[in-house]
Design a protein around this ligand. Sequence first.
Ligand code: GGG
Length: 326
Amino acid sequence: MTHEITVIPGDGIGREVTPAAIDVLESLEIEFEFVEAEAGDAVKAETGEPLPEETYELAASSDATLFGAVGETAADVILPLREAVDSFVNVRPAKAYPGVEALRPETDLVFLRENTEGVYAGHEDRLTDDVATLTRVVTESASRELAEFACEYVEDNGHDGFTTVHKANVMQETDGLFRDTVAEVADENGVETDEVLMDAFATHVCLDPEQFDVVVCPNLAGDVLSDLAAGLVGGLGLLPSANVGHDRALFEPVHGTAPDIAGEGVANPAATIISAAMLVEYLGYHEEGAAIRKAVEATLEEGPRTPDLGGDASTEDVTEAIVDRL
Ligand code: GGG
């Protein structure tokens, strides 16, 4: 069986780390057909359109999508692409690896981020020169769907329960609805939960990350707090993600385009390659996914490493080492 995978490298280091992940996928004994599509800042500069219709349609119809990174056009590209794959949750594991210098080497977290609404729902207006507004949307149905996924996720992956992160003491209606719905679903499913205000979470996760495991949170909080967790484990080059929908999914590193190093060939491919591991696991190839993870972990521990991790290897060197280990 051949799996059709849409590949959207995007901009900046997205164009360097995506081919690295393809090299890894091509070294597996799985049949893929990769269809490359454009989106992002460069294609907008060329055509005026950041997300060509063809790219949207490909993501909406292929078995899975591998996405690199976009910069200024994030709202015009990644948000519609998540809609194209009907994604309701963004799974973002943030874990420290042996051999990688980390502020908190004991960190091992998984963020389950609501992926359709909150302040990312797109209801933003410029009313006057002085006033801009944003409507924050939270629905019972999206909160319920996320919570149901979280209950299944903790059961399937052997976790004891999850922590809900919110700011319901200030955003009483929106995060109040989010918090209450998530608690209700956990209760219906017999899953243990606790809850923490998102500002307190930011402090506690820095001081003692081990007290958290699976973290369920609204959209913006999940985006920001997972980047914070990247700081605890050694950097954004290590965080993969899966945008999971009902029938398809899109996989991307958590990092952006990294304009400071783009074009130098030294971007860390680990986040995208682990995202590729999540992709093959999503397609049902668990042994292959585990093998990719093992090869990445061995390479992080023994080298070669890219400069963000203190090494002097190139993206290609690291990718080759991972493929060799596979
Ligand atoms: N691959 C990740 C990427 O391009 N990130 C840009 C970004 O700003 N993403 C916002 C989001 O994840 O919601």
